[in-house]
Design a protein around this ligand. Structure first.
Ligand SMILES: [Zn+2]
Ligand SMILES: [Zn+2]
Length: 133
């Protein structure tokens, strides 16, 4: 599996949290907002893993807001999920490119985009798709 390392597309600060481990790796930390409440959300940094740690109770199929824990910028992207129509949320990969996830709870849509088309990771991802889908 690919281990991603991401930063905020707005302030450029790292979203990696080495204190909170998920899947035995540093997690991705964002601020989740739902129904006027907010709580830290930790996502697995393993691409393809849906393990999360969240203190807020968000019903399945509801759409949450994602914000940067440093600058509070809204992380939603211009792209909509092609599975459910909700807004996607974008993080910048430290090595260039973006990873986007769907903001709807329970929707597993995610996209990984690399800036460098020749990157090793992309080649790895292509073979990952070929072998596992
Ligand atoms: Zn930020
Ligand atoms: Zn979706």
């Amino acid at each position: 599996m690919i281990n991603v390392s991401v930063k905020c597309p707005h302030c450029g600060k790292s979203l990696m949290d080495s204190k909170k481990k998920i899947d035995n790796r540093p997690s991705i930390k964002v601020k989740l907002t739902y129904a006027g409440k907010n709580a830290p959300l930790h996502l697995s940094s393993l691409y393809g893993s849906y393990n999360v740690a969240l203190d807020l109770n968000i019903p399945m199929r509801k759409i949450a807001g994602f914000r940067c824990p440093h600058c509070n910028a809204d992380l939603k992207s211009t792209r909509k999920c092609d599975l459910c129509g909700a807004q996607m949320v974008a993080f910048n990969l430290k090595g260039g490119g973006q990873v986007q996830i769907c903001s709807r709870r329970g929707c597993k849509k995610h996209i990984l985009e690399f800036q460098d088309p020749k990157s090793e990771l992309q080649a790895f991802y292509r073979s990952y798709l070929k072998n596992f889908r």
